[in-house]
Design a protein around this ligand. Structure first.
Ligand SMILES: [Zn+2]
Length: 83
């Protein structure tokens, strides 16, 4: 799991800030990271953690039904690490 939860990672740098505010209600932090333009750092981390958790659950409980191959799971793991 690389980068998105590290405040010092390049993907969380100022160059990604959009000049808008985070879209989460009641959040007044500046939005924009390499992983999405609409969220502040903190909410982006929460969002990606949630997606990761859901995917892990899905694979854990429905892996057999979905017939995910090891390659597909690996592709997902790699996609997550890309900024
Ligand atoms: Zn936020």
């Amino acid at each position: 799991m690389a980068g998105y939860d590290d405040p010092n990672h390049d993907g969380n740098g100022e160059k990604y800030l959009t000049g808008k505010l985070c879209i989460e209600p009641d959040c007044d932090q500046p939005a924009g990271t390499a992983w999405g333009p609409h969220w502040c750092f903190e909410h982006n981390v929460k969002r990606l953690n949630r997606i990761d958790e859901q995917f892990t659950k899905m694979v854990g409980t429905k892996g057999a039904i979905m017939n995910l191959t090891d390659d597909e799971i690996k592709a997902w793991e790699e996609a997550k690490e890309k900024p």
